[in-house]
Design a protein around this ligand. Sequence first.
Ligand code: ADP
Length: 352
Amino acid sequence: MTFRRIGVLTSGGDSPGMNAAVRAVVRAGLSHGIEVYGILEGYKGLVENNLQLFSKPSDVSNIIERSGTAIYTDRCPEFETYEGIASAIETCRKNNIDGVVAIGGDGTFRGATDLAAHGIPTVGIPGTIDNDITATDYTIGLDTAMNTVLTFTDSLRATCESHARCSVVEVMGRHAGHIALRTAVASGAVAVAVAEFDFDEDAVIKSIIEKRNGGKRSFLVIVSEGIPGYAEKLAKTIEEKTGIVTRFCCPAHVQRGGVPTLTDRLVASEMGEYAVRLLLEGKSDIVICKNNDRLCTVDIALALKADRRLKGKMADDEFDALPEKEKEYITVRCKEVMDKMRAMYDLVYAIK
Ligand code: ADP
């Protein structure tokens, strides 16, 4: 098919690097002679026909280095209704939008699948600091968020060392422990707690006491927000049981707003350009992944099934009823993801 215009949207939680992806989509589109609409505030912009036309490269100048998303994001429950999707399709038709690049997380990809089912080709780009898209090793924003956490933990370490204190830091990631595990290794934490694995609180406290008795002054513990409320509770327990002054700290949404790192700008640029090529090749209803350092694609429906299985939202009978090829993909992929997380978890305790 001949493309007249394509649209690009960012939806769900923002992540650093989304702007680099938008810029790449716009510039790659323009280089193929296609104008690109920025769809403002995610699916809401489609439902409400709120668009911004990018017709020349300079329309996306000076955003690659900016955090957040220049075309804004929102959550749009209306898009999940019959009327909402009808209105979105109408927006595409009347503005000659022949394909959409949707940047976001799993919710965003569900929306992209709905658009594809209604005849609008879609390609998804994983943009979330949480890295919780099972099909891909990497999601745009993870590296920046982790570096933001490190700036925070390095500062905490300095003051903890001066005062001989412990800090328990709650980091983002939604239900997934990717940020927690990697920042725990890189910040030199004595312990990490994530929802995916059992946490031996007594052993951690024992280890802190032993280290303190050996002369260690400062302690960092990283806890994933995937265990709601636990970080604060753990800080109290550590103080009670070790006598070390222990503070609960939470960088919260600061983690979403750091200046995008080289890695995030690079992956976002690669994925944005690739998304346009895929659309022009007639591909649809797929998400771009980066695995073993190479870009590849996975059908959105399969990627969402892998997600649900990993997150314990797909019961065994539903899984058993899937085609053999899908079962095999999901089993292998879930194991790869969990093995990598386990290795990181073990690394924290091996070098604590
Ligand atoms: P994320 O993409 O970060 O996971 P959300 O889960 O909040 O973020 O989803 C973002 C948006 O995607 C929602 O506000 C909605 O517009 C759309 N969306 C989410 N789930 C669905 C669904 N099941 N069907 C259609 N659209 C959806």
